[in-house]
Design a protein around this ligand. Structure first.
Ligand code: IPE
Ligand code: IPE
Ligand code: MG
Ligand code: MG
Ligand code: MG
Length: 338
């Protein structure tokens, strides 16, 4: 990784720089900077904030182009879909799909429709997750949940329509080998279905208020959240033309960040703030959810999430500088406050 050197500067300027870089270092690595010397003599140059902002705007623009317009008939349905989709989610899954494609040397255009499709699937899963029959939440992405704003029936239908739209968007991928497109669709379909995300959601709901063993907790986390994250990375790699060795490294990375993401989500439900998260906190404990903090405590959960992030970064050792965005996103997953 490239480093820059800064020497002989006035104390105030050096201190200001240290503050800025230390914060940046923390966002990028999840670890605090140990020394001033470290701040001045060893600064990673990858700008994650800028990368996320750039990729977000590409994703949002394509989503806007692809989705049925919000005033099209039936209006309440399309408005509900737009309401939840453009409420300011982090877009982490589509970003990961783009970053995986880039890491294997592919053009992001190859995966852009699929990245948008995955965000539609993720948004549908949130709309349904918030319903009274599931987690019964009132706040999502800083707004009243879809069923609070549009009623339960429209929220259920908006979720159905977003899921279905995703498959149309993926199938409309142009300029990529058709076999690769089909493989990516199969990956995403499986990850979203009953042996993936929905399987995890089913066990999550069935386990509420029960004393389930640890393997059940792992099953829930790997499936309800890990699988769609892993599929985002796999789809990006496949559509970017990954070799089997590259795909293997990215699968290891994807499994680790997928689980780390849900552990971090559990931790934020204990320690996060609703203002930053845009959703309520403390609900997991109230509902008797199977979470990492409930099983092993917050500190041990943080340790495990950080270990997973280290494993994810290690898995990318053969991929060189092109995988820098994936490394930075992995570290952000545990450092994030939203
Ligand atoms: C929240 O996902 C639900 C989980 C699967 C843990 P995100 O934290 O990615 O939510 P948004 O997309 O940024 O709103
Ligand atoms: C949601 O997990 C997972 C899916 C939506 C598939 P959570 O129920 O923990 O997500 P939040 O905390 O409501 O965002
Ligand atoms: Mg849930
Ligand atoms: Mg929930
Ligand atoms: Mg949660």
């Amino acid at each position: 990784m490239a480093h820059v050197k800064i020497r002989f500067m006035p104390a105030m300027r050096a201190y200001k720089l240290y503050r800025e870089k230390a914060q940046y270092f923390f966002v990028a690595t999840g670890r605090p900077l140990k020394s001033f010397r470290g701040a001045c003599f060893s600064m990673p140059q990858f700008n994650l904030e800028k990368y996320l902002a750039d990729r977000n705007s590409v994703i949002n623009q394509r989503l806007g182009e692809l989705l049925v317009k919000k005033d099209e008939f039936p209006k309440s349905l399309h408005r509900a879909m737009h309401y939840s989709l453009f409420a300011g989610g982090k877009r982490l899954r589509p970003v990961l799909a783009l970053a995986a494609c880039e890491a294997v040397g592919g053009p992001i255009e190859a995966v852009l429709n699929t990245a948008c499709a995955i965000e539609c699937i993720h948004t549908y899963s949130l709309i349904h997750d918030d319903l009274p029959a599931l987690d019964n939440d009132d706040l999502r992405r800083g707004r009243p949940t879809c069923h609070k704003a549009f009623g339960e029936a429209t929220a259920i239908l908006a979720g159905d329509a977003l899921l279905t739209a995703a498959f149309e968007l993926m199938a409309k991928t142009d300029g990529v080998d058709r076999g690769a497109v089909l493989m990516a669709i199969v990956e995403v379909a499986r990850a979203a279905g009953s042996t993936g995300m929905i399987g995890g959601q089913a066990v999550d709901i069935e386990s509420e208020g029960k004393d389930v063993p640890f393997p059940v907790l792992e099953y829930i986390h790997i499936h309800k959240t890990g699988d769609l994250i892993l599929a985002s990375i796999k789809a990006g790699a496949i559509l970017g033309g990954a070799s089997s060795v590259q795909l293997e490294s990215l699968v290891k990375y994807g499994r680790a960040v997928g689980l780390a993401f849900q552990i971090a989500d559990d931790i934020l439900d204990v320690e996060g703030s609703p203002a930053e998260l845009g959703k309520a906190v403390g609900g997991d404990e109230k509902k008797g959810k199977a979470t990492y903090p409930a099983f092993v405590g917050v500190n041990e959960s943080k340790k495990r999430a950080n270990e997973l992030v280290d494993m994810a970064v290690d898995a990318l050792s053969g991929l060189g500088d092109k995988a820098e965005p994936l490394r930075a996103v992995a570290r952000y997953i545990t450092a994030r406050r939203k």
